[in-house]
Design a protein around this ligand. Structure first.
Ligand code: UD1
Length: 420
């Protein structure tokens, strides 16, 4: 079992390079299954979720080759199987994208019911409603889900909730369907636009990604021999912006997209941090006490739930009381118990948490409950007095590439220890 050991009390200063977006990569890799040919993906984050998807693609007959640490070539010309290994697909949430991709290409698919981070109930009823509207028969139970169709025919689908996964899955399922599909009340996250841009590059006809309504005109086939570079990771960018603020540091965050960070930037300024925009890099610095503020998580362009634990760390040492209202996930405040072990004063009930700012956090043994909670604990360990040990770091490895090396370059005293 691996853990991180951190000696705290560090201001993070220096430069950091952002990796390609996890949430785009875990959708675009399955999307290559729709292509009758070879695709080269650049700026692929080298993280454990991506490695698992590559293994699953291989098990379906695709040929996957890493030509360098961030470039993956996928040849999906000859798929040999439409049933993904259950033990692999049930390990992570984004395996649901295999449903849309294989249904779209082969009209038949079986995957394990998606696993992933422990954030509370994660239904996929909107995905299923969409597949059925296109003409698929969907069955699930005993830990797996099957979908099949004689043919998929475009339809109008109105989502009852704004869902990143359902939006992308229905794009995947409809790009090769007959006729036109209209998806209404869709999610608008940067990685949705990235998936649509990728599919358009390989020949799909998708309009309106990034707005509330997406229209897809089905095409006969998607073609190979294209190269596509995955968008920079919005959440990793935000994690380092908040690490700069919480540690009263000074970080130049490179290879990122400033416009994707508007909502967080506004909050950081409200909290007393300073920001400079250089287009594809952002400098965040702070030397003053953090001001309290209130946060409500919302779908993009609102405040991202995936940055809620990280901003919670900054609010735990703010000069006053703040409130966070989590509107997306039921169990996203588990990290507050860990921060309280460090001397924070946070009370949470249901989807609301009240943060009474304290002067200092102190090091403690800490347990990551999910990916972004793990990122928050890293920041907490770095700013705290004394030593922290962080357990369950496999969650962090799911979504942050080489995180300890990136943090060490910024001055963090962090070691990965393999404990038998
Ligand atoms: C994606 C992200 C995750 C992020 C989340 C919200 C990936 C791989 N993961 O997860 O990191 O926290 O978006 O930004 O991109 N819902 C339903 N029925 C459905 C689908 C969703 O009720 O069929 C609800 C969920 O319970 C949740 C909300 O809709 O309350 C948003 O979920 P969704 O956007 O689908 O999240 P994911 O795609 O699972």
């Amino acid at each position: 079992m691996e853990k991180f050991v951190i000696e705290g009390n560090t201001r993070l200063c220096g430069e950091v390079e952002i990796s390609g977006a996890k949430n785009a990569a875990v959708a675009i890799l399955p999307a290559t299954l729709l292509i009758d040919g070879i695709t080269t993906l650049e700026n692929v984050p080298n993280i454990s979720d991506v490695k698992i998807i590559c293994e699953i693609l291989c098990s379906l007959g695709a040929k996957v080759t890493w030509t360098d640490i961030h470039t993956v070539v996928v040849d999906s010309t000859n798929l040999t199987c439409t049933h993904a290994p259950l033990e692999m697909t049930s390990k992570f949430r984004a395996s649901y994208y295999l449903l849309g991709a294989l249904l779209g290409r082969c009209k038949d698919v079986e995957v394990g019911l998606p696993g992933g981070c422990n954030l509370g109930a994660r239904p996929i009823d909107q995905h299923i409603k969409g597949f059925e509207a296109l003409g698929a028969e969907v069955e699930y139970g005993q830990g797996k889900i099957n979908a099949k169709a004689d043919e998929l025919i475009g339809n109008s689908i109105y989502f009852d909730v704004v869902s990143v996964g359902a939006t992308i899955n229905l794009i995947l399922a409809s790009v090769l369907a007959k006729g036109t599909t209209v998806l209404d009340n869709v999610a608008k996250e940067p990685h949705i636009v990235d998936v649509a841009n990728f599919l358009t590059t390989v020949g799909a006809d998708i309009r309106g990604a990034g707005t509330d309504v997406i229209k897809i005109n089905g095409v006969e086939k998607l073609t190979g021999n294209h190269t596509y570079s995955i968008v920079p990771d919005q959440i990793e960018t935000g994690t380092f912006m908040l690490a700069a603020l919480a540690s009263k540091g000074d970080i130049l965050i490179k290879n990122c997209i400033y416009e994707h960070m508007d909502c967080l930037s506004a909050k950081i300024l409200e909290m007393g941090g300073k920001i400079e925009n250089f287009g594809d890099s952002i400098r965040v610095y702070s030397d003053s006490k953090i001001h309290p503020t209130n946060i409500k998580t919302l779908p993009y362009p609102g405040f991202p739930t995936d940055l809620q634990p990280q901003i919670g760390v900054a609010l735990s040492i703010a000069d006053g009381t703040s409130i966070i209202n989590e509107s997306i996930w039921d169990s996203r405040f588990q990290y507050t118990n860990e921060l309280n072990k460090m001397g924070a004063k946070i009370t949470s009930q249901g989807k609301t948490a009240i943060f009474e700012g304290v002067e200092k956090l102190t090091g403690a043994p800490l347990y990551a409950s999910d990916l972004r909670a793990g990122a928050a604990l890293l920041i907490a360990g770095i700013i705290a007095d004394g030593k922290s040990e962080i357990y369950n770091i496999h969650y962090i490895d799911r979504g942050y590439e080489n995180i300890e090396e990136k943090l060490r370059k910024l001055g963090a005293k962090i070691e990965r220890i393999n404990e038998e």
